[in-house]
Ligand binder design. Structure first.
Ligand code: SAM
Length: 305
């Protein structure tokens, strides 16, 4: 496969790992690279950068991806089973939107956002409905044209990100969607909490955890993916889960923020993952609530191998 034919994440997602892939690759388990593992599980899949990378670089027999965000999982399932209808729908949106001037684009954006939020209240996200195609197309459109390109819902579950100004956004990346659909064939796609995956983990499994990051400061908006919070109590429960899977003999890798970027004395993760290997990699991230302020920060990779 040449580079153009490789599937990439189809959404921009907070905490996306795409740019970190070369650094993460260096820490993947040798057993994965040597073809000695069978199963890949990503319980906090988000936009799935590592899933797509592994599926196309070190192919395994079985893949399980999961996220608690039901809109996101609806989008994965729609691409898996209805990619051509989705492409038709997105192409129609794109050809209505792109010729408009900025004022008309803004009106189109807010109308689509209102339709998206209204349909959301009525739609069954548990089993496939034909309206999933329209809704996934709207989700991708909003993700490509909203301010900062993030998917964020408010406490009532509404998508509330304002309009973003982009000169010529690609709304329908048909080639990428088709290869994404191909990679997703045969993949188990679930919508639940991460704990439900323990039953699928065995000693032939590699699990990559990319949970909502522990915020570096009160103002950091790292955790604004969905309306549920993932505080220190949740981080510690996840550490217990990691210990539990370690005893099954699975290979485990977990990403998180490095508190020592701000406070060198903060040993939260050294405590929670004592006896595991903790490495630091460098990421360019938004470092506070001001949208465009980015900086190089360390992130943690915690491994049991
Ligand atoms: C850091 S993001 C994942 C980033 C992703 N790996 C990427 O490359 O874009 C964290 C994800 O965890 C999901 N999430 C939050 N709480 C969860 C839970 N309790 N169980 C499963 N997923 C959860 C969020 O919806 C979000 O998509």
């Amino acid at each position: 496969m040449d580079n153009l034919q490789k599937a990439h994440p189809f959404l921009k997602w907070a905490g996306g790992k795409r740019k970190l892939m070369p650094q993460i690759d260096a820490y993947l388990p040798a057993a994965l690279k040597n073809g000695r593992l069978q199963r890949y599980i990503e319980p906090f899949v988000g936009s799935g950068a590592l899933f797509f990378y592994i599926a196309q670089t070190y192919p395994l027999k079985e893949y399980f991806i999961n996220d608690v965000n039901s809109e996101l999982i609806m989008a994965y399932k729609t691409i898996q089973s209805e990619v051509e209808s989705l492409i038709d729908c997105l192409t129609a949106i794109e050809s209505s939107y792109l010729p408009l001037d900025e004022t008309a684009r803004k009106a189109f954006y807010y109308k689509t956002r209102a339709q998206f939020n209204q349909l959301g209240a009525e739609l069954d996200l548990a089993s496939f409905q034909p309206q999933w195609v329209t809704r996934t197309a709207q989700l991708i459109f909003l993700n490509r044209t909203c301010y900062n390109g993030l998917f964020r819902v408010n406490s009532k579950g509404g998508f509330n990100v304002p309009f973003g100004r982009y000169k010529n956004p690609t709304i329908c990346h048909a080639d990428n969607l088709r290869v994404v659909a191909r990679v997703l064939q045969g993949v188990w796609i679930e919508n639940g909490r991460y704990e439900t995956f323990s039953q699928h983990v065995n000693d032939q499994t590699f699990v990559y955890f990319d949970p909502p990051y522990r915020p570096l400061s009160q103002t950091a908006n790292f955790t604004a993916y969905t309306n549920n919070t993932f505080g220190d109590v949740e981080q510690l429960k996840l550490a217990d889960f990691y210990h539990q899977l370690n005893s099954v003999g699975a290979k485990l890798m977990l990403s998180n923020s490095d508190p020592q970027n701000i406070d060198p004395a903060d040993t939260f993760f050294e405590g929670a993952y004592a006896n595991f290997r903790i490495e630091r990699i460098q990421a360019s991230r938004r470092i506070n609530s001001r949208a465009n302020k980015r900086g190089i920060v360390n992130e943690l990779l915690i491994m049991n191998y």
